[in-house]
Design a protein around this ligand. Structure first.
Ligand SMILES: NC(=O)c1ccc[n+]([C@@H]2O[C@H](COP(=O)([O-])OP(=O)(O)OC[C@H]3O[C@@H](n4cnc5c(N)ncnc54)[C@H](O)[C@@H]3O)[C@@H](O)[C@H]2O)c1
Length: 215
């Protein structure tokens, strides 16, 4: 259970499972708000996340004053509370490594910006791309990563490079002090224990969905 008022202290103790579920609620709430909704019920969140409504109510029970029976949660208030708990209210600067097809798609989409995430720098090792802009951000060479990451307070590096280039790019991020690597490639990355690697693979997520469908 997460208590809104004690968010700052409890956030240290959120289990990976709770944090993952809160992130999924955040995604549904953000989208519902964009669609003009003001309130949402736990059952509606359940329908969009496949997390059962009882679990959702338990996770959100600390936000009781926003979740009135039969009325649902006030989306704005709940968004604010979850962002506080997940400590994502502020602006976060991230670096994108790889300005190819996926990199361009990420940089030119508002998907990060609407969660307070700014792509503050883009890197590529193709000399032909240097200086060009994607999503309004000029492409820099990896040699500048260290300086730019420190100067722009980059906390996350997003890898959109081919798998065989991913370890080298992750090493460069770690050397620049970046502690979170979001890996879109298939590579298995070795990083120091204080660096978190998240790997995103839609095929694996689809297999996970199939598992629930088939069982
Ligand atoms: N998880 C997903 O949702 C998803 C979706 C599409 C692609 N991918 C993965 O994303 C990666 C990129 O795919 P793509 O289609 O954009 O490829 P791409 O070939 O279009 O782009 C790769 C870019 O990385 C750059 N690059 C290569 N080596 C580099 C290095 N050492 N340092 C910096 N830049 C380097 C290239 O110059 C190029 O601009 C691949 O690993 C692919 O498997 C993941």
């Amino acid at each position: 259970m997460v208590r809104g008022s004690e968010g700052a202290t409890l956030a240290e103790r959120l289990t990976v499972g709770v944090a993952a579920r809160l992130s999924r609620y955040l995604q549904v709430l953000t989208q519902a708000k964009k669609m003009g909704k003001e309130r949402i019920s736990s059952q509606e969140i359940a329908d969009y996340t496949n997390i059962n409504a009882t679990q959702i109510r338990r996770d959100l029970s600390g936000f009781g004053k926003f979740g009135k029976r039969g009325v649902g949660y006030n989306i704005d208030s709940l968004l604010g509370e979850i962002r506080k708990i997940l400590r994502t209210q502020g602006q976060h600067n991230i670096a994108l490594i790889g300005a190819g097809r996926l990199g361009e798609a990420i940089a030119s989409s508002p998907i990060f910006a609407e969660h307070g995430i700014t792509i503050a720098a883009v890197f590529d090792n193709d000399p032909a791309k240097l200086g060009r802009k994607i999503g309004g951000v000029p492409i820099s060479s990896l040699g500048e990563l260290d300086e730019i990451a420190r100067e722009r307070n980059i906390i996350v590096g997003v890898l959109a490079v081919p798998a065989d280039a991913a370890q080298g790019a992750a090493d460069a991020l770690v050397a620049a002090g970046v502690k979170i690597v979001f890996n879109y490639s298939q590579a298995l990355l070795d990083t120091p224990s204080d660096v978190q690697v998240h790997t995103s693979n839609p095929a694996v997520e689809l297999l996970y969905a199939l598992y629930f469908h088939l069982t």
